[in-house]
Design a protein around this ligand. Structure first.
Ligand SMILES: Nc1ncnc2c1ncn2[C@@H]1O[C@H](COP(=O)(O)OP(=O)(O)OP(=O)(O)O)[C@@H](O)[C@H]1O
Length: 307
């Protein structure tokens, strides 16, 4: 279990993490979502003792990372896939790490198999692709068979097969009862992996909820198709109702449920061909949540996962 209490981090005058508190549950993938620069990496780095909080705390199973006798057996983290010795082979890298924790050869072989590194583990790391490096980082994180996993943007730069593999692995690890904490700036990525989301904006938590709650809290929209758009718009116009004319026969209505729209259409003798509730997407919700919390804004929107 990972617990943050009033966690702060300042770099000079820059506040990267601004008093956040959360508790992550085992058996779940918790997505840590936020625009670039919102403080995700800083929080994760503090979780594994690579950065020191300015105030507050982040603990794993009640203790600071450094207080654990065998940290690799408690927490596996992939924070910077490039942090390896390029002249070593993948296997030598894993051997060195394993030696510090008395981890057996059979465990090393197991994580090599689990991460699909069998074909390259005898080669020098400097020749590894981004995907191989990412897999090696994950193999290292899994070495100690830890109950807590922390992955910072694990799918960055991976090909579609690699992305799917990381997603499956995260889900599998959670199903085994581990606490899995995965960051991303892509809602589309999180919506396929996480059970629970913590959304960060400018160093503060702006949502901490199960994915399904975030979806349910979205604004309900209804698509209505009729040849009598003007009459229908007239019949349903009231306070709190927004009507968008999508085309000559289609309205998108916000603020009124399908049943009420149908009843008012009947009263106004308007024939309706279609009445469809629109599910708000997680992407919509994310945009709404983070709209005011983006540090670096470009002309576009948050993109879809590169798949
Ligand atoms: N070592 C540092 N010195 C100064 N500022 C830093 C340092 N590390 C992070 N920051 C700043 O703190 C803020 C949060 O950065 P952080 O990397 O934690 O965000 P993030 O949500 O992980 O973003 P990204 O998705 O881009 O990695 C940013 O404004 C960043 O520039």
């Amino acid at each position: 279990m990972i617990t943050a209490e009033n966690l702060h981090k300042r770099y000079g005058s820059k506040t990267a993490v601004d008093g956040i508190s959360f508790q992550l549950q085992p058996g779940k993938v918790t997505g840590f979502l936020g625009p670039n620069g919102s403080g995700k990496s800083t929080t994760m780095r503090m979780g594994v003792g690579l950065d020191k909080p300015t105030a507050g705390s982040i603990t794993i199973d009640g203790k600071h990372f450094a207080q654990h006798k065998a940290p690799m057996r408690t927490v596996g983290a992939v924070l910077d896939a490039g942090a390896t010795h390029p002249g070593r082979t993948g296997r030598a890298h894993l051997n060195v790490l394993a030696a510090t924790h008395g981890i057996s050869r059979s465990r090393i072989d197991h994580v090599i198999e689990l991460t699909g590194l069998g074909g390259v583990v005898g080669k020098r790391i400097k020749g590894y692709s981004l995907g191989m490096n990412q897999r090696l980082g994950i193999a290292a994180a899994l070495l100690g068979d830890p109950a807590v996993l922390i992955f910072d943007e694990p799918v960055n730069g991976l090909d579609p097969e690699g992305v799917r593999w990381v997603r499956g692995l995260a889900r599998e690890m959670a199903a085994e009862g581990r606490t899995v904490f995965v960051s991303s700036h892509l809602m589309s990525e999180m919506s396929q992996t996480a059970d629970h989301l913590i959304v960060l904006g400018r160093g503060r938590i702006i949502a901490d909820a199960p994915i399904h709650e975030l979806l349910d809290s979205g604004e309900k929209r209804v698509l209505v198709r009729t040849e009598q758009v003007a009459e229908l718009a007239n019949a349903i116009t009231s306070r709190g109702v927004t009507i968008d004319h999508l085309d000559a026969e289609t309205l998108q209505v916000t603020g009124l449920d399908p049943r009420s729209i149908g009843r008012r259409a009947l009263e106004a003798q308007v024939i309706v061909h279609e009445l469809t509730p629109q599910l708000s997407t997680l992407e919509d919700q994310y945009m709404k949540l983070t709209g005011d919390h983006v540090e670096y804004r470009s002309g576009g929107t948050f993109g879809e996962a590169p798949q």
